[in-house]
Design a protein around this ligand. Structure first.
Ligand SMILES: [Fe+2]
Ligand SMILES: [Fe+2]
Length: 351
């Protein structure tokens, strides 16, 4: 059961406090200093019920802006969609470090994962085999829905940064040095757009406490600047680091899917549970395939693409090589599918 130790003073505003106080009382988890309310929200006049206990209400972070003439604003990068087979084929994997740069990226990612486990209040019994941290998915004790939400939000708010930094720097390089970019920028920007859609989806389902919000602001300040410098110094190592970050994302979502399948997360298997409309529209989730597990399958497939893209980009000549994923190949060969090779394609395979 989720505990209910939440101080309504943590709400961002008095109005919000009033709106969500009943929810906080009902269904929140409090890990040290991190409080996330789990989910019941009102969207476009319909009540989304997360808990089977008492109905409560969440602020809608992204209400549709009503104007006189605009009917709707469509996504700039519509999602390409997946088959069910593609989503089920995704597995956690790890690319063994092969260079000193790889090793540095991997060790730094291990440090970040330790930080996330620590700050999200993960217990020892909830962790996986330390020797295979990105592949092993069994733990003694499952996480709660609220613990998962904290991890998702933290992970996604971090994951949306690198593509934007890398795309921005390559864009600036191109217009400063009067050179072609060869198709990298769009893929990188689309990646951060996709990560932001993951975050927005989870934000439709929960209300982070003030401490969590401050952590996100602080983390972005540090992370953006660190990535900016690291991409200037070594884009190769930075793409490898992001490849490892995406390995963590695939691992996290695989573990969550397993715990849903094993029946440890009843709020998400409740027949009344509905994923946000935003997610249904973005991934074009078909009727009957709109459970939390289905949603996580879509998100995990996205992470598997990012994993393959970044490990592959790290293997390429950063200045000269075109982006293989948006290139047209000679003969009847198709462009590589990033999710098909978790450790990324070697340069000789795609150039
Ligand atoms: Fe993501
Ligand atoms: Fe990702």
């Amino acid at each position: 059961m989720l505990s209910s130790r939440v101080n309504p003073k943590l709400c961002a505003s008095k109005q919000l406090s009033r709106a969500v106080a009943p929810l906080f009382h009902q269904s929140t988890l409090a890990s040290p200093g991190l409080r996330v309310a789990t989910l019941v929200s009102i969207q476009h006049g319909t009540v989304r019920q997360f808990s089977t206990s008492q109905v409560a209400y969440l602020r809608d972070f992204f209400p549709v802006a009503e104007t006189e003439h605009i009917r709707q604003t469509l996504p700039s990068w519509p999602h390409h969609g997946y088959t069910e087979k593609e989503m089920l084929e995704v597995v956690p994997a790890h690319r063994k470090p092969q260079t000193v740069g790889d090793w540095a990226a991997w060790k730094f990612m291990r440090f970040c994962r330790w930080g996330m486990d620590f700050f999200t209040g993960m217990e020892k019994s909830q962790a996986v085999d330390k020797k295979n941290p990105t592949i092993a998915v069994s733990s003694i004790k499952p996480l709660t829905e609220a613990q998962w939400m904290i991890r998702f939000i933290f992970l996604e708010s971090i994951a949306g940064v690198p593509g934007m930094v890398a795309g921005m720097l390559r864009h600036l390089h191109s217009i400063r040095r009067l050179k072609r970019d060869n198709g990298w920028i769009e893929t990188l920007l689309e990646e951060s757009y996709n990560e932001r859609m993951h975050l927005l989806t989870f934000m439709k389902m929960c209300e982070p406490g003030l401490f969590m919000k401050l952590m996100l602001i602080g983390a972005q300040g540090v992370y953006f600047n660190a990535l900016f410098l690291s991409y200037l110094i070594s884009p190769k190592i930075t793409h490898r680091f992001v490849g490892y970050l995406e390995e963590e994302a695939v691992h996290t979502y695989t573990m969550c899917i397993k715990q849903i399948e094993e029946g440890h997360l009843p709020k998400w298997t409740d027949p009344n549970f509905r994923v946000p409309d935003l997610a249904v529209k973005y991934w074009q989730m078909p009727e009957g395939k709109r459970s939390m597990k289905d949603l996580i399958l879509y998100i995990r497939a996205d992470e598997a693409c990012h994993r393959g893209v970044n490990h592959t980009l790290s293997n390429l000549d950063q200045k000269e090589d075109p982006n293989p994923f948006v290139s047209e190949y000679k003969g009847d060969r198709s462009p590589p599918r990033p999710a098909a090779k978790p450790e990324g394609f070697e340069r000789s395979e795609v150039m």
